[in-house]
Design a protein around this ligand. Structure first.
Ligand code: PLP
Length: 419
């Protein structure tokens, strides 16, 4: 019997139910993935017991000789994986990584250019309620009204007009490759620093499918749990000249003790991402996204920008007379998990927008390929175009339960919930 099961049945039951949910359904949330058993094991290791404020060799606590080894390996691997000059592996999350960079290069009130949340940006790129929008003067750029690609004419114009101290590139809901070299040109022209938040596509950069921001950006931030397939956490890479301030603004600027169990899991993630197997995974993520996008479009659904180059797509569900909220609920009833999402120039509200966001990283980790994507695309279309037909949704649910049997979730077999 598991320790959790005997000591805390309420938590045990919830973990058990979540394990079943993850195994039993189709996870299409673009920012989620399944870690390897080794990464799962590291996050449940004794390293969670250790305080290690400071950095390797310069800690504020005794007994750090072993966690120093872990953190040094994680730093070296992050630099090797992405070809970066310097790295800080301590941010607890993507948001904290971004906050630390902002503190490193901005004063309160400084002007920053970032992608509009409603057009694919992230909360930490200047949303009014987020600390980024509260402390700094974010000016939003967006995408072209017709092709939904980043509108570089507008970005240049805004940069010249507002002379930002920092330009933030990167997105949470943008289905196309981001040309980092163009952002660098603009940043250089107006004397701004460049930060690229590659949280969504870091795994595709590691697999050398998406161009890397590292040669161009002063700072590169990322989460480690999306396409990169590591533990839930953050990472900052930067030029050597910026490291001192970045380190100071992670600790003590925004955090206390690092989560050493998660730092160990990040080190394992970086090693995994250097393998040929991982490069093949990255390619499969993109291939699967294209197949799924093509299937949805051939059924008649409209995709933002007309398709995808990366791991995600945005589907306009108003074509089947739905809002994103109901579309998400209908798919949930079928065992398909997605999230509602604003689409560019959305006429609807964030709590019931016009779109849903769909991504393939998690299902690709389970080993699904083109045939499964075609079936899934058809299920999605059938469910959405007959959105009140609960018996149809139930029968899709049954078919999905059968299909997923052949595609186990990697770490679930080792999870305490199945002991
Ligand atoms: N940056 C981008 C582009 C993201 O999409 C996200 C998360 O969705 C984050 C940052 C924030 O990451 P976290 O949820 O770890 O704070």
């Amino acid at each position: 019997m598991s320790f959790i099961q005997s000591q805390d049945p309420a938590i045990w039951d919830a973990i058990q139910a979540e394990t079943t949910r993850q195994q039993d359904g189709l996870e299409l949330i673009a920012s989620e993935n399944y870690t390897s058993p080794a990464i799962m094991e590291a996050t449940g290791s004794v390293l969670t017991n250790k305080y290690a404020e400071g950095y390797p060799g310069r800690r504020y606590y005794g007994g750090c000789e072993h966690v120093d080894v872990v953190e040094s390996i994680a730093i070296d691997r992050a630099k090797e994986l992405f070809g970066a000059e310097a790295a800080n592996v301590q941010p607890h999350s993507g948001s904290q990584a971004n906050a630390a960079v902002y503190l490193s290069c901005l004063e309160v009130g400084d002007t920053v250019l970032g992608l509009d949340l409603a057009q694919g940006g992230h909360l930490t790129h200047g949303m009014k309620l987020n600390m980024s929008g509260r402390l700094y003067n974010f000016v939003n750029y967006g995408v072209d009204e017709v092709n939904h690609r980043l509108d570089f004419d507008q970005i240049v114009k805004l940069a010249r007009e507002h002379k930002p101290k920092l330009i933030v590139a990167g997105a949470s809901a943008y289905p196309r490759e981001i040309p980092h070299d163009r952002f660098k040109e603009i940043a250089d022209e107006v004397g701004a620093k460049l930060m690229v938040d590659m949280a969504h596509y870091a795994g595709l950069v590691a697999a050398k499918i998406h161009n890397s921001p590292v040669p161009y950006a002063d700072y590169v931030t990322t989460t480690t749990h999306k396409t990169l397939r590591g533990p839930r956490s953050g990472l900052i890479m930067c030029k050597d000249e910026h490291l001192k301030l970045v380190n100071r603004n992670v600790f003590p600027g925004t955090q206390g003790g690092p989560l050493m169990h998660v730092v160990a899991a990040k080190a394992i993630c970086f090693a995994e991402a250097m393998t040929e197997e991982y490069a093949a995974y990255g390619q499969a993520v993109v291939d699967n996204a294209k197949t799924l996008a093509d299937t949805l479009m051939s059924c008649g659904l409209r995709l933002v920008s007309g398709g995808t180059d990366n791991h995600l797509m945005l589907v306009d569900v108003t074509a089947v007379d739905l809002g994103g909220k109901k579309a998400e609920a209908v798919l949930d009833a079928c065992g398909i998990t997605v999230n509602m999402n604003m689409i560019p120039f959305d006429q609807r509200k964030p709590m019931d927008p016009s779109g849903i966001r769909i991504g393939t990283p998690a299902l690709t980790t389970r080993g699904m390929g083109g045939d499964e994507m075609k079936r899934i695309g058809q299920w999605i279309y059938n469910a959405l175009s007959d959105s009140d037909n609960t018996s149809l949704h139930e029968s899709i649910r049954t078919e999905i339960r059968e299909m997923v049997q052949a595609f186990p979730v990697p770490a679930a077999a080792e999870s305490p919930a199945t002991v």
